[in-house]
Design a protein around this ligand. Structure first.
Ligand code: MG
Length: 380
């Protein structure tokens, strides 16, 4: 059933620590299962996507976002005869390295880590599955397949790539990742653009009226109102939103099918050798999608109410990092041990990396509580 250019179990480049093949499930199903059972995955429930967790129970979190990415990714993979299990594993793991407070947290931590190699959530996701999860007797991390790890690492600087071994090689050689990784990447984009419209409307940061300046929204809104002239409120938003997602997914499948038919890659190696990604929207829809992204940046991500929370989040992350760096004895004991170990290995930068791991692993609410415990004289 899999296309010749799909990644198959038989062709996996394997795990860093060799293991017996799984029984009754595929290698990539095993990856997915390990991801779902790990602690970083559970913490996604309390990490921000755009809206801080305590702002309301109706908004997306990193967990529900990851589930939406998996759903969209699997639908695309199935339509293209790609490996659905691999796409699902990548989708569920892709945000494991996110800091508390979404991009605000990552930007703040990156600034804190400037002298120590920086901080990048994408790289951190790989670090979580390769090293930070401590569950198995025989290895640190989850020992996932090469293909899942490669899919998690969406982008990477040449400097970092050089230190990552085989999973970084493609960035140095200018190669493409598997089609499954390409699908997961675009499923992420389809998911967040659309749920941020929905959440933005719910939070009353934007209005339906404003959204009609976005082509993709406008055309489906017009169609919905023509078909259901009596419809009002949230059901209008959902009818438009689901049509937008469907429009993007159908276009992506059709355009990718055309590209695959033209280039006819014989196998995964041929996919890697292509000059660009083969999974993508048609030119017209790519443009519409960009217009939507620009709208969201201008009207949602930079809205003053979001920006206030962003500024607060950055202050919290910075303050935590600086306090722990200045005095590691403030850390819980088992974390102190890790910090000392990293410091012995790589000095000040090692210490900073261990502190960054601790801060990055926090949920929104845990970071706020730690901040209070450290800085509020009346808290213990
Ligand atoms: Mg994502």
């Amino acid at each position: 059933m899999l296309a010749p250019y799909a990644v198959s179990d038989a062709e996996t480049r394997g795990r860093r620590h060799p293991e017996e093949p799984p029984r009754f499930r595929s290698e990539f199903q095993r990856d997915r299962d390990r991801i779902v059972h790990c602690s970083a995955f559970r913490r996604l429930e309390y990490k921000t996507q755009v809206f801080v967790n305590h702002e309301g129970d109706m908004f997306r979190t990193r967990l529900t976002h990851s589930i939406e990415v998996a759903q969209i990714g699997r639908a695309i993979a199935r339509a293209l005869n790609l490996n659905e299990d691999l796409v699902e594993a990548i989708a569920l793991a892709h945000d494991l390295g996110h800091t508390p407070f979404g991009h605000a947290g990552q930007d703040a931590l990156n600034e804190c880590m400037r002298e120590h190699g920086g901080f990048e959530h994408n790289l951190q996701s790989l670090r979580v599955v390769d090293e930070l999860e401590q569950r198995y007797a025989e290895f640190a991390g989850l020992n996932l397949t090469f293909e899942t790890r490669e899919g998690i690492l969406k982008h990477c600087s040449p400097l970092d790539a050089g230190q990552l071994g085989e999973v970084g090689e493609r960035f140095l050689r200018g190669q493409q990742p598997s089609l499954e990784a390409q699908v997961a990447n675009l499923a992420d984009e389809i998911a967040y653009n659309n749920h941020d419209v929905d959440d933005g409307l719910r939070a009353e940061l934007i209005t339906v009226e404003q959204l009609t300046e976005v082509g993709l929204f406008e055309e489906h809104h017009r169609e919905v109102m023509k078909r259901y002239p009596e419809l009002t409120g949230r059901r209008v938003c959902h009818e438009v939103n689901r049509r937008m997602i469907n429009h993007l997914v159908v276009d992506l499948v059709e355009a990718s099918r055309r590209r695959l038919a033209e280039q006819a890659p014989a196998d995964v190696a041929a996919v890697r050798a292509c000059s660009g990604p083969l999974i993508g929207f048609s030119e017209g829809v790519r443009e519409k999608n960009l217009q939507l992204k620009r709208f969201l940046r201008r009207n949602v991500y930079r809205h003053y109410r979001v920006h206030r929370m962003t500024a607060k989040a950055k202050r919290i992350v910075r303050a935590l990092f600086e306090a722990f760096m200045a005095d590691p004895l403030l850390l819980p004991e088992e974390t102190q041990e890790g910090v000392r170990q990293y410091e012995r290995q790589s000095g000040e930068s090692g210490k900073a990396r261990a502190v960054a791991d601790y801060v990055a692993g926090m949920t929104d609410r845990f970071a706020i509580a730690e901040y209070e415990r450290l800085f509020d004289p009346y808290r213990t």
